[in-house]
Design a protein around this ligand. Structure first.
Ligand code: HPA
Length: 261
């Protein structure tokens, strides 16, 4: 089953016919909100707002482990994660929607693994390709079928937040090879991989990153929100198209295995 994790600007899905809400408890605590079960075009999906119902949980306080574990407990095998970003590369201007193919983790202090109890064996998952390429390609086709385009590549820099970056930090991220920056990409993607869930991200670009484009001297939050609201209408349509086309990833064996050390 597919789950959609909504980020900033996507706390609900208008085109989701809600059938039930489920409070889930996990060994890691409670997810950001009760899971919302519903149908889009007759197909069952689960929706979860990463920052909670009223957008009250900041990126560094999201219980990523509880979110992913709760979805896994419900039999979720694929996650479409919507995550707002700032564009670093000129190609990623506000209004563009991208699906990154790589990620660099700059976060700190977040609980980033399911394998850290004293009784648990140490596990090292393969994370060479952090996002499911099959899902990305299927979603690209689904978007095209409704006249939308998605940039099907990009390197996501996951920063700690909640503050936005300095211009010098963005220069450093760019030197590292990052083309977009957001605060929620990690450890979410790695935790999904640890549980063998196929995962890819849809990233609406809300603003130019600090020191770029019209964010040369500051980032105007109101503009960011305005851009985001416009993009979210398109993101909802893309999600409907990808659910309709059943554009999901058959579980890739390499995604479900973790090597033991
Ligand atoms: N930086 C980090 N996260 C973000 C940004 C940004 O510029 N825009 C939206 N999320």
């Amino acid at each position: 089953m597919l789950a959609i994790i909504g980020g900033t600007g996507l706390t609900q899905l208008d085109n989701l016919e809600i059938t039930r809400r489920l409070i889930v408890r996990t060994p890691y605590g409670e997810p950001s909100q009760p899971l919302i079960f519903g149908e889009i075009d007759g197909r069952e999906v689960i929706f979860l707002a990463r920052h909670g119902n009223g957008h009250t949980i900041p990126p560094h306080e999201v219980n990523y482990r509880a979110n992913i574990a709760a979805l896994h407990l419900q039999g979720v095998t694929e996650i479409a994660a919507v995550a707002t970003v700032g564009g670093i590369h000129a190609e990623l201007a506000p209004g563009v929607i991208a699906m990154p193919h790589q990620i660099i983790d700059y976060t700190n202090g977040r609980k980033n693994t399911f394998f850290d109890g004293i009784d648990l064996p140490v596990k090292h998952i393969d994370f060479t390709e952090p996002y499911c390429a099959i899902m990305r390609n299927n979603w690209e086709q689904a978007a095209l079928s409704i006249g939308e385009s998605l940039v099907n590549h990009g390197v996501y820099a996951a920063t700690q937040g909640p503050r936005l970056e300095t211009a010098a930090e963005i220069n450093r991220l760019e030197r590292d090879g990052a083309t977009m920056v957001g605060m929620t990409g990690m450890p979410e993607a790695a935790l999904a991989r640890e549980l063998g869930i196929s995962y890819a991200a849809i990233c609406p670009i809300a603003n130019y990153a600090a020191g770029r484009g019209d964010s040369l001297h500051s980032i105007q939050y109101e503009e960011l929100v305005d851009n985001l609201n416009k993009s979210m209408v398109r993101v909802r349509n893309i999600i409907a198209a990808l659910v309709e086309q059943n554009g999901l990833c058959k579980l890739n064996a390499s995604h479900s295995e973790a090597s033991t050390a």
